[in-house]
Design a protein around this ligand. Sequence first.
Ligand SMILES: [Zn+2]
Length: 135
Amino acid sequence: MNITHCQVTDCLNQDLSFWLYNGKKFCKNHYNEIFLEELNKYYSTWDGIKETPTRLKYLVGRFYDEHEIALLGKPSLTKDIVHNRSYDWMKTKNGLIFTAIRYPVSHYELGSPVFKEVHQTWEFDTNKLTFTFLS
Ligand SMILES: [Zn+2]
């Protein structure tokens, strides 16, 4: 009996765990393949001049959430920040550069956290699939 959750026809992966993409279940390998295919489609078709496609921002943010580990005290991102609080997206030969707005805790006043607004520039390398904090 071939038990699989993956919706790709003839997928031989019988792992019962699955990853959801656009409401469909996939094994990890097919999930990565389909995810990166769509990300690359948006990256390659965006001319870098018109408004950055919301879907591209979403996919980059989702990739961050699924692959990066946020370290306390280090500059970090979340899917929400990349998707909803980013601007100045630029297309480079290596990938994408964007600025993200974060609100880390600055200090405490009477026991309550006081947040400050910081703007951080990041690069997402679309070949190496890595995030680099630039400034
Ligand atoms: Zn599969």
